[in-house]
Design a protein around this ligand. Structure first.
Ligand code: IMP
Length: 444
């Protein structure tokens, strides 16, 4: 099983970090393929808690090469402080590689993101304010800076001369002071000096690892419902968290993907604005938020909480070609009298079972629920499915039925060991595909 993609099936924060960390002993390389320091991964190992934003969570294992792929937008200041934090806690970061083609988030991107949100006022997206949208915007407009540019002051100056005057005009219109080129050149060149040893051609790193038969894990940030193309636009992030994003942002072809693992929580959360049909604004929601510590890893904002919604789940399983599912935080639902599962929406008097491609339709959607009796017992210490309370098993079976693919891990607590593991195997096995010798190793 050489290439596995891990993707969020909801609005992010599904616990992908724990999943990657759980699978890490079996893999040689972990690759982040999109997003930037808007993401937050929390990994708990024993008494230690690591909060990571850019470095893939595999870094905690000395045998793993951690790769920040070309599809990621890198704020070098964040990356450097994360590397420093890891070094100060005794973690070897020498195997952290960052793609030379990844785009760089500059201070003016952050200022533009925040200024734009202020300008949008009530219709703001609720971004993390990390400059993600403006960085991807510049990438698409071909005026961005790439990690490779940090190595060369002249190139930095040339790139900034192309883009900065216009960005300063925009900032001026928002009442934000302009940026000067030379201080930015110095800042960026300093980042370059520090990151030089980590810069690499991530696509060939990935391709060579796959050719060797190494197991490579592609780690998505955010989730399917925040996808630029598949989420409820415009309340989305500016990249493609879906599994297809691993190809464009991680440097592999679609047929090189062997397994796509979807990660979801036993309930829903969302940070930022946008439609959220199953949102709970009552005491049950507050209880879930408190027990589940539902606060943004990056911004500290309280997350909005709601019942599990199977309508987007079915969509997410389809667009990601999910082959197995990890269900997290089942323990958080213990003690709730009736657990509700959204099975369809009512939109303009009609029952709708498919995720509407229109954000406007989603705004008008009312959830149709199926109710499940809850369970009182704490389940933190349960390690086999058969030891789960019967009502918890029933809820799980219903979720699996809606997904149409097996739930292979169930998490009942934050620690690595608090996981119920079911027998599983990859659904596709490509070992039968003949390999053709490459005529030579390309120079790189
Ligand atoms: P941006 O990615 O900062 O531009 O924010 C766009 C939307 O994505 C906002 O609704 C954010 O709250 C949301 N978002 C971005 N990153 C994450 C994440 O890691 N978890 C949950 N929501 C996120």
């Amino acid at each position: 099983m050489p290439a596995t993609v891990i993707v969020g099936l909801q609005w992010g924060d599904e616990g992908k970090g724990k999943t990657t960390d759980f699978l890490a002993p079996q893999v040689a390389m972990v690759v982040r393929y999109q997003g930037g320091d808007n993401a937050g991964h929390t990994v708990v190992t024993g008494t230690e808690v690591f909060k990571l934003q850019l470095v893939p969570s595999g870094v905690l294992y000395p045998h793993i090469t951690s790769v920040i792929g070309n599809g990621v937008v890198v704020n070098p200041a964040t990356l450097i402080s994360e590397l420093d934090m890891l070094i100060s806690r005794g973690i070897d970061v020498s195997r952290v590689r960052v793609s030379r083609s990844a785009h760089v988030t500059m201070p003016y991107h952050v200022a533009l993101d925040r200024g734009n949100e202020d300008r949008l006022a009530d219709s703001r997206v609720g971004t993390t304010g990390r400059g993600i949208g403006p960085t991807y915007g510049d990438r698409a407009w071909r005026v961005g800076l790439r990690v490779e540019d940090l190595e060369d002051r002249n190139r930095l100056r040339e790139r900034l001369e192309r883009v900065l005057p216009e960005r300063n005009l925009l900032l001026g219109a928002m009442g934000i002071p302009p940026f000067e080129i030379e201080p930015l050149v110095e800042l960026a060149a300093g980042w370059g000096d520090r990151l030089k040893a980590h810069m690499d051609d991530s696509t060939w790193l990935v391709q060579d690892a796959i050719a060797r038969g190494d197991h490579v894990l592609f780690e998505g940030a955010q989730g399917t419902l925040l996808d630029l193309d598949h989420g409820s636009y415009p309340f989305v992030t500016s990249s493609n968290p879906v599994a297809g994003g691993a190809c464009t942002g991680g440097g592999l072809g679609p047929l090189q993907v062997d397994e796509v693992i979807g990660v979801m929580k036993a309930y829903s959360t969302r940070v930022g604005s946008g439609p959220f049909p199953t949102e709970l604004e009552d005491e049950i929601g507050k209880g879930i938020a408190a027990r589940g510590h539902e606060f943004g890893t990056v911004t500290g904002r309280p997350r909005r909480v709601g019942w599990f919604d199977t309508v987007p789940l079915r969509y997410a399983v389809a667009v990601n070609s999910i082959s197995s599912i990890v269900l997290n935080k089942l323990d958080i639902l213990s003690g709730i009298k009736t657990v509700r599962l959204c099975v369809a929406y009512e939109v303009d008097g009609r029952r709708v079972e498919t995720w509407p491609s229109s954000g406007a339709a989603l705004e008008r959607a009312t959830p149709i629920y199926e109710d499940f009796p809850g369970w009182d017992e704490p389940i933190h210490d349960v390690r086999t499915l058969s030891d789960l309370p019967e009502n918890a098993r029933r809820y799980l079976t219903a979720l699996e039925g809606h997904a149409g693919v097996p739930i292979v891990f169930v998490s009942v607590g934050p620690e690595r060991t608090q996981t119920i593991e079911r027998a599983w195997r990859p659904l596709r096995n490509r070992s039968a595909v003949p390999t053709i010798e490459r005529p030579g190793t390309p120079a790189r």
